[in-house]
Every structure is written in C-alpha cells, then in structure tokens.
Ligand binder design. Structure first.
Ligand SMILES: *Cc1c(COP(=O)(O)O)cnc(C)c1O
Length: 231
C-alpha cells in the first residue's frame, strides 16, 4: 500500500509539473516518516526512494543507525538548539531554521565535525500565533546575518508550513508569496546564499504548492497513512 501510495503521488506530481511547464525532476517528494517504523521506510527503499523527512532528533538518530547510509534524512520540523549535536552528521538538510542563534549552533557543530550543512529558513508566512518561523518582513535580514556569520551553513532557500485549511486553494496566496519572497532575496545575490529551494506543501496542499513553485514537498499521511502518537 505504501509503495502504491508513493507511486500514485509521484505520478500526480509529475502530471502537475507537466501541466504548468515545470520539469518533474525539479520537485523532490520527501516521504515524511516520523512516528512510522523502519519497516515502512524499507518498503520505499525497495523501490528506490531515498529522501525521508523526520521531526524528532532522537527518532532520526535511531533510524540513521539502522538504515543504509545512502538514505537522505531531512530534519523537517522545529529543531531545538540543544538537539543540533545529535543530528549534525546524520541529516542531509535542516529545513526549519528560524533564528541566528540556531544557525550559530549549527555552525559550531559543523566546525566540530568538519562538516558543512544545507539549511532552509522557515517563514511563518501566515503569521500564525502557534507556529515557528521568522516573519516575512524579517526574512532577508536573517538570511544576511546567517550568510555572513555562519560560513559552513549554506542557505538553499525557504520553507513554510501553511495553515491547515479545509480547502487547500486558500493557501495558494501563501505559496505564491513565498515564491515571490524567495525570488526577491535571490535577486540580491547574497554571498553563500542560493535561494533555489522552496520546501512547501504537505498531504493537504502539495498540489497547489507545486503549481506555485515548490521544489520540495513534504508528504506523510498520504503515503504512510495516519500517524498514531500514542503507540
Ligand atoms: C508532519 C509534517 C509533514 C507531513 O504532514 P502530512 O500532513 O502528514 O503530509 C510535513 N512537514 C512538517 C514540518 C511536518 O512536521
């Protein structure tokens, strides 16, 4: 079932791309496997899937220990500074950096391990009270500070978690705005910043996000089924 779900969604993504003149290779489907067992992930490994999303550093670390080293584990959720040290040499990318303090911690851990790290800046575009992320007006300033002060930390683009809405069309302006914000920052040609990646879109709204320019969608429930947090 998991393989079929993944393949169906991948096909949908490819079709959406072709429908809006985008190349399917430009959209990475990240299978969000948080709370799901390694055996579920192995089903996808068997059909060549490499990119998985995890939220909890401890879970990412445990899974890293048992999965083949060819797997790309994306740290997609909010990350506390005191947890950076656990995942620094295990995650392929950190998607939700929203403070200079966190970026400096990543920089310090990179120095210790002689590594570089790709990150995305999390933007709270809809300015929801309950969400992490920097305000859109403050994004460029944060990008500039991190780019200047954290040479081992490479900003690849922006990430957002759009509000949960019944009708995903309601999130279209957010995705559109995210793309405009990324293009605006990209046009400033800041050293050590590339701004080509846009991580946005989840089970509920990935189709709209791709139409509006997402280069990474993070899909959990539609691939693995509902999560059970009280196991
Ligand atoms: C859990 C999670 C997802 C996946 O959500 P679904 O609605 O299950 O697709 C995507 N991004 C982040 C940051 C998450 O925490």
């Amino acid at each position: 079932m998991i393989q079929e779900n993944y393949q169906r969604i991948r096909k949908e993504i490819d079709d959406i791309c072709l429908g809006c003149n985008r190349s399917p290779e430009d959209v990475l489907l990240i299978a969000v496997s948080k709370t799901k067992p390694v055996s579920d992930m192995e089903e996808l490994l068997n059909i060549g899937v490499r990119d998985f999303g995890e939220n909890y550093p401890q879970e990412l670390t445990e899974k890293y220990g048992v999965l083949p080293k060819s797997v790309h584990l994306h740290q997609i959720g909010h990350l506390q500074t005191n947890k950076v040290k656990y995942i620094i040499d295990k995650a392929c990318m950190i998607h939700a950096v929203d403070s200079l303090h966190l970026a400096k911690t990543i920089e310090k851990e990179c120095e210790k391990h002689d590594l570089d790290m790709d990150i995305l800046i999390e933007v709270n575009f809809a300015e929801e009270e309950s969400k992490f992320g920097v305000k859109k007006e403050e994004t460029e300033e944060l990008v500039r500070s991190i780019a200047e002060l954290c040479p081992r930390v490479h900003i690849q683009g922006l990430m957002t978690i759009a509000p949960f809405v019944e009708n995903p069309e309601h999130n279209r302006p957010i995705f559109k705005g995210m793309r405009e914000l990324a293009l605006d920052i990209k046009s400033k040609n800041i050293d050590n910043v590339s701004m080509n990646a846009l991580s946005m879109g989840m089970t509920n709204d990935y189709k709209i996000a791709i139409e509006e320019g997402a280069t990474m969608v993070r899909v959990g429930t539609a691939i693995f089924g509902a999560r059970n947090y009280n196991k």
